[in-house]
Design a protein around this ligand. Sequence first.
Ligand code: S6P
Length: 585
Amino acid sequence: MDLNTDQPITERTNPLSANIDILAPLDIVSTLQACDEEIFNGWRDFQGLFDERIQSNLSKIMEVAVDVLNDADRSVIIFSGCGTSGRLAFITARTFNSHLRHLGITECYQYIMAGGDRALFTSQEAVEDDPLLGAKILKQLSEDKVRVLYFGITCGLSAPFIAGQLDYCLKHLDRFTPVLLGFNPAHLARNMPIEKWDKTFLQVVQRLEEAEAKGQGFILNPVVGPEPITGSSRMKSGTATKLLLEAVLMPAHAKSFMHTKLGIKDYLVQYKQVWESVYSQKSDIAALLHLAGSSLKQGGHLYYIGSGGLGIMGLIDASECSPTYGATLDDVRGFLEGGYQTLANLEGDLSSLGKHFGISLQDFMDQIVPNLTDRDLVIFISKDRPYSIPKEVEVKPCNKACIVVNITKGDSVQSVSTFNSKVTLDLTEVVLDSAALDADLRLRTIDLYAELAVKWTLNAVSTGAHIMKGKVFNNIMIDLKPSNVKLFHRAVGIIQRYSNLAVEVCQDYLLRSLYDTDDVSQEIRSAAMVDHIKIGASKPKVVPTALLAALLRCTIREAKVALDQQPVLRQVILDSMAGQQGNTQ
Ligand code: S6P
């Protein structure tokens, strides 16, 4: 049940997944399928992607993109975001620059990842709260450009980093066309004061609405319904972000360079076919999920290995497990054939930053392979035929699985017994209008579909595996790190949902847990949010401890002891809620 109707839709719980934590693997996948369907079919009265205003904005944005592309030497298309939104900004810029490069046209796509390239693999959630930094980076990136099409991606319409950039665009509408991409109705944009700034996100959105009325900016905010795991915008919102950007820019490229017309709507319809193909394999996905969950449950690890865009989907999925499930950076890792050379990120090779920034197959061979055990699972991701497993890995006792995306008709996938689990995603039946697509664009399009198919599959596997590990209660991830303002408030909301105490009291419990005290001083209470968040980013089990203390009305120390004895949160919470009911009877 939702706490209130003013709550942003991206922060609400999805009734379809209310009991996802106790479902069997196949039912988990079916639940995700039903939640994902809302991307295409809409949610309640909202029309989703096919809403008339959204479709009209998509066409108008496409026309602006065509103008910019026709003046690529002096113009730029920028995608910007925090967390998953930044990672999708990165991969979208990479995709479309690669096409321009192929055509011999100046690469005019740029991305801004809040926290820099290190945030592509590790979470840097605090940067999300800095509007001035956002504006500064945008200014630097666009100063010498005569025309800028800017996409600010914030699924919750909430990130101050993006608010600062939109505000900058709105002050320079002579050069900028700002697009806000997110998944809440405009009036549910965050309306909370932003530290060291004079506007709220909502106020920026209201100015953008005025710009939109004059055709000077756009809000692209289809409602796709709440996430299957509450607030986990890497899932549906991330998917919708990826497919919307591609559905605008593929047709823009076709119009600018191939002089053919491609329908935006056709793209979206085809994405739905991809969704159907993926979930038609749900038994195999469930089997893989089960294998992955068993590994994590036994303290083993999950490794993704892949090439090109499919490998990058693995990197992205792995990077999200730490902020979403409080996983360690070792629990789930991705590796990419060709490492940083393939990634083609702005800051180049980051491997000197530490072992978690080693992303090449060589890094996998050096760091991981010698220590592989039968508790680990390695998932190889490839196109058309199963990945050939390196000999060094083949002899190891770990579980091996593969995800194969079939994009070429007639290319039969031979069965390889070395794999303990295999998922074949067949995209050969997705109908592409060959009259409108030349051979190259057709291949690029199908590659994008393959990326999305892999995203859906990996999201299901890593989400399900963490559910099996006991990380989720109902459909809420309780062990989140309150490492930015959004997550701090989400944490307070979780404590409130289960304890039914007043918001202020819940906030107090959170502060108690953060500062390890049962007596929250005035000094702590009046400290800046940034101080709370600094602690929240590094301290383990802050929210479960606070929640348990609130439920049992016990000290922080007692809550910690209880959690040490029973690490499966669902069990701790259920036990303590049962105890609470017993006490009141
Ligand atoms: C969500 C992910 C986060 C978000 C980030 C940006 O699953 O863990 O890293 O992507 O907080 O959120 P938003 O709403 O601005 O796109």
